[in-house]
Design a protein around this ligand. Sequence first.
Ligand SMILES: Nc1ncnc2c1ncn2[C@@H]1O[C@H](COP(=O)(O)OP(=O)(O)OP(=O)(O)O)[C@@H](O)[C@H]1O
Length: 448
Amino acid sequence: MNLSNEESAVSRFHCELKLEQKGAHARAPGERQGTFVDGVRWRQSRARGRSGSAGGQPPARHDAEAVAPERRQPLTGIGPGREEALSAHPMQSGPGYAEASPGHRMQAGPLHTEASPELTNDAGPVAPPERATFGDLVATSLATRASFERMACAAACSATVLLEGETGTGKSRAAQAIHRSGARANAPFLVVDCGALPANLLESELFGHEKGAFTGAIQRRVGAFEEADGGTIFLDEIGELPAELQPKLLRVLENREIRRLGSNTYQPVNVRVIAATHRDLRQEVQEGRFRADLYFRLAVVGISIPSLRERTEDIPFIVERILAGLGATPEQQAKLTTPDFLARLQRAAWPGNVRELRNHLERCLVFQDALPPTAPDAANPLAPTGSRTVDPSLTYAEARRRALENFERDYVEALLKLHGGKVSRAAAAADMDRVYLYRLLRRHGLKS
Ligand SMILES: Nc1ncnc2c1ncn2[C@@H]1O[C@H](COP(=O)(O)OP(=O)(O)OP(=O)(O)O)[C@@H](O)[C@H]1O
């Protein structure tokens, strides 16, 4: 695929190309910034074969024939002025990249597919859905299998990975699986939640500090990058990385060296970086909240983890895994995997994705019952999810503690839902400290 853009003044994302069966579909992403071709605002165009067309004004010439039909990945073109030009490197194939050369696709070892036990219906045997696994992840849907393929590619190299997906889709688990399936498996895997700490503490957490670097720095501290030497650092919630730390992380990714707070010297580090976010980082770049150059450094291998509602076929497999992980007895397993119950689970919305499904199954085990998935009032996400009754057989103190606990859980769950899983926004709206909200979410199993 050839992309050309001679305009040196363009920045951010101005053209998104999607390769479809019938040809290439190009469109201008977002509404805020205009994309202009020869002074005319351009929104979208379709190109077949070698031609590009937008009323005779193609935004770029795209040679669709050069890409195999199965390589239908969205491609975002950017201007070469401020950011890197699109590269034909095989691993630059994340969100915003197309795999330029099908021949370069890497197939790594740890991806497995196997047929699940044979199913039958009245008409005789039916083809069982194929089960694919990557590490301890299991799936059958095409969307998840595609993400497993990319994880396998990522595991086979040390390139930086960006995992994108809604909250609770399993990004942390995917990061661990990539680490464990690669050459660094026996080296450390360190997790840093970029949204859980204020900027100055986060900087010290990542890069460490020298004694006396700031008030309270009573001794030298080694940061996560140094601690993870030889292994992997998992930067969770990278979209929350404060603006002042973005250039510092960029420098680490570019030069593979860090500088402790209070030190004058840089030291080399050998760390593989996997980052994750529930945000649309490209949108964050568009809006100027996330540096474009950092985005491209992170998204060398971009992997999108689909929401649970986009892959309901996976639910029976995931339920089986979760129940085994929760130590369910064979009787409990049988009760919670009946076709009827699984169908109900597949019909539920699961805005909290696999995490919410897991919490629900845990409740089923506690109450020894195949509880129907709760369907909170969509029109009013703050509506209580169940009626609360008081138990007068408890002491006042215990009853009060439980009531507060229930209120806290319902409140933060509904709050997060109301703000689309965005913790910072939820905290600001509720006038709460973001770090405290994180703590509450963790305490109630709403965030790991
Ligand atoms: N495929 C899976 N099989 C079993 N359990 C899973 C799977 N995927 C996720 N989970 C469970 O769901 C929960 C959420 O997973 P995880 O923390 O990896 O999600 P996440 O996308 O990183 O969430 P967040 O964006 O909120 O950090 C965890 O308890 C995890 O063990």
